[in-house]
Write a protein that binds this ligand. Sequence first.
Ligand code: LLP
Length: 420
Amino acid sequence: MYPLGFYRDKNGELSVQNIKVSELAKKYGTPLYIYDSEIMKERYDIFFDTVKEVKGSIHYAVKANDSINVIKFFSKLGCGADIVSIGEFEKCIAAGVPANKIIFSGVGKAKNEIEIALRNNILQFNIESEEELYDIHYIASKIKKKANICLRVNPDIAPRTHKKISTGEKETKFGIDFQNVKEIYKKLHELDYISPVGLGVHIGSQIFDFNFFNKAYFNLKVLADDLRKSGFMVPSLDLGGGIGVDYKDDIEPNFIEYKRILSNLFLKSDYKLSFEPGRSLIAQAGILVTKVIRNKKTKDKNFIIVDAAMNNLIRPTLYDAYHKIEHVEKSESPKVTADIVGPICETGDYLALERNLNYIDNNKFLAIKTTGAYSSVMSSNYNSRADAVEVMIVNNKDHQIKKIDTIKDIIAKEKLIDFD
Ligand code: LLP
């Protein structure tokens, strides 16, 4: 047997299940994303145990990693999905997620997206404005299909996370202002093609202080109880996602505390609860393997130039995010402090700044850890760079899960104009 996840074998080589990461890097080339299905299962089990007492349903937030195999894996374990586009919807269908387990979130659902989702009988729309309600009602009445509507509430809570991923403050584009919820919820009951299903919150991502969840859920419940007292139907509450993942020290989120919050608030109620975890299910299951192109030394600094770049992993430069970086093979060389940078022509193209690690020779591999979530999915072809290869390890076997466009394929997508 082997330890769970990415571990060092007896020779100090980074491995996953029974496979050496360096072998995968040689077989598939780099940059290379590797996902471990056993960590995905472990993360799902932990989340499931946390919400089972309150009978919560889990809707994997596909935006975290929209690889069809990732969606399918979670679906087979029992997850529904939380989507924000019809593209994600199609991926879920391709992965075998039943449409009636799909929640459609997001501030900007286009009319054609609403119609497709409605025709396919998705579970519910989490809506973010009164304007959206009328758009959905118009389409629903046109095709004579009732739409299940949940109002996403903006609770005006700042959960101390990076400002670009804080979504519950009133200045953000998200949700319906707390004070307007009652009035709009009433309207759900007056529209023929709308079925009210409840209220939702999602206050942001990378949340470590669970008091913020407690506050948001408490306020949501007060509002829902109040609506019920006024005679409205409020069967469900959607509690969103947002549980933080510790990229630096791998400290486990306090799921016991989260469970306690849920039990205190909801155990004695009959609200049907749903959750939309993304990062906490998949972040730790992925690594990005990259090869050192060359070491560059200036008077002031060391640079390790690698073949992965901000187009493969934008989190460090976009959110000042920290990802651990390790040698793939065993190394006992002296420590250096270096910026780990990609080949892209921008100063912002870095994976780590001022990182202290063992010196690494050209052509050796580094592993960038905790890159299962919001990593490959946010990649681009900037600088005409092809995507990274992606593999998933299942039962000691590596499976390539994505065909990679060569630069020829990328060129073939463009149409040449005849300028003569
Ligand atoms: N539900 C809604 C409505 C969301 O907007 C999100 C994430 C989730 C659920 C899942 O949240 P999670 O459990 O993954 O925290 N690209 C950023 C994160 C953006 C999160 C967007 N919304 C990053 O790399 O940190």
